[in-house]
Design a binder for this molecule. Structure first.
Ligand code: SF4
Ligand code: SF4
Length: 413
């Protein structure tokens, strides 16, 4: 595709990255059928090809975006199914990320929208504030519109007590730092506890990364670039001081963000190499865990591979094989490439589309008649849980149980 950026625009490294992706697109439309919002809404402007055209015009003109452009880009889930489908290797992530920062800095949203986005950025990135929000969740019934959706998110939460402390690891083969994260630490601390036990049995010590906080993925997808970089710098400093061999987080949306951290700093020479070094040490836990050949657990498990696992980390098959290796009967969910609608804060900002995608995913799951659903991301787990859903757990909780520890997964949620 031809582009018309000026030489001066292309001195901005973020714009230069976006321009390279735009030039790669040949407008074939192969990506369109894989896009969840196009599948639901049937509008070219809600598919990747239409969005790419709008993003190009917006960035080239360097002008305030129109409300129409913002509407259709806001509806994008950043699931990256389009990137996986694209035969020309268009890096759609670079395009939509740059577009979101452009919108955040140039477009004045209605006051309610600005307030909601500010609340998401300030509350959901801090576990202490999330816990306060959970306590206020019953207010959800009296709050208007999308604030109600945010409160309902909290009302669904059921904090579980720890099943058992992680076993002590003696002379561990490896020491891996554990990012504390944000929402998951408040909603489901048992996931990190299960992961610590699973890794300890494999001679890997999971060490809490003191000084780090949220990975910053949530604000990154809101276009709040400086806040995302602040969270990233904090994590990088903490990891550099930790002396650990690697760093992980137990939600795949966050794992994918950590592995892609270098892109946040393409215009900051002082931080770019540090971010690249951090990203090179970032691991998804699926890269560390193998099945131990335990006895079959006689549970039929629907494997809900999050979009981040499929389209960014490319580890969806590893997760399915791990569960099968642990003795579970694993079933793949039809239309597995379609996002469940969680997508970070998307279920709060776009509740109608998110609810429609949830209903479609649960319908596909119901057809499998599973005992339980396994996933790898707190967002999907929490969004899919609730009315009409079977029990949903993180894969680490199933592996923990197969190893002989933890609580029986069907009783967890
Ligand atoms: S992003 Fe890829 S698949 Fe989609 S229209 Fe462009 S070249 Fe075709
Ligand atoms: S990231 Fe997902 S929702 Fe956005 S255009 Fe691509 S396929 Fe569609």
């Amino acid at each position: 595709m031809r582009t018309n950026f000026t030489p001066s625009q292309l001195t901005d490294p973020h714009l230069a990255e976006a321009e390279r992706s735009l030039r790669t697109c040949v407008h074939c439309g192969i990506c369109t059928a894989t896009c969840p919002t196009y599948v639901l809404l049937g509008d070219e402007r809600d598919g990747p090809r239409g969005r790419i055209v709008m993003i190009q015009h917006m960035l080239e003109e360097n002008a305030t975006p129109t409300a129409e452009t913002v509407l259709h880009i806001d509806r994008c889930l950043s699931c990256l199914a389009c990137r996986t489908a694209c035969p020309s290797s268009v890096d759609y992530a670079r395009l939509v990320d740059t577009a979101r920062v452009h919108i955040q800095t140039r477009y004045r949203r209605p006051i309610g929208d600005r307030l909601l986005r500010w609340l998401i950025a300030k509350v959901m990135t801090r576990p202490g504030l999330v816990r306060i929000g959970l306590a206020l969740a019953p207010l959800g019934r009296v709050l208007p519109g999308r604030l109600s959706a945010m409160a309902r998110l909290g009302a669904k939460a059921k904090r579980r007590a720890a099943a058992a402390p992680p076993p002590m690891v003696g002379a561990a083969h490896r020491r891996i730092a554990l990012m504390p994260g944000c929402v998951q630490a408040a909603l489901a601390p048992g996931i990190d506890e299960a992961m610590a036990r699973v890794l300890a049995r494999r001679d890997i010590a999971l060490v809490p990364l003191a000084g780090a906080g949220c990975c910053g993925s949530l604000v990154h997808h809101l276009g709040r670039g400086e806040e995302a970089r602040a969270f990233a710098r904090r994590a990088i400093r903490a990891f550099e001081a930790s002396g650990c061999d690697g760093v992980l987080i137990t939600a795949t949306g966050c794992s994918a963000h950590l592995k892609d951290l270098a892109h946040l700093f393409v215009d900051e020479p002082a931080w770019a190499p540090r971010a690249a070094s951090f990203a090179a040490k970032a691991l998804d836990p699926l890269e560390l865990v193998e099945a131990r050949g335990t006895a079959p657990r006689r549970l039929r498990v629907a494997w809900q591979a999050p979009c981040s696992l499929q389209n960014a980390l490319k580890l969806a098959d590893k997760g399915r094989k791990l569960l099968a290796g642990c003795g579970y009967e694993v079933a793949d969910i039809p239309e597995g490439h379609l996002c469940c609608g969680s997508a970070g804060s998307y279920s709060i900002l776009q509740p109608e589309i998110a609810d429609a995608l949830r209903a479609r995913k649960l319908g596909n799951i119901a057809g499998l008649a599973p005992d339980i659903v396994a996933t790898a991301n707190i967002g999907c787990l929490h969004h899919l849980s609730g009315p009409g859903a079977p029990p949903i757990v993180h894969w680490a909780e199933l592996v923990d149980w197969a190893d002989g520890g933890g609580a029986e997964p069907c009783r967890l949620r």
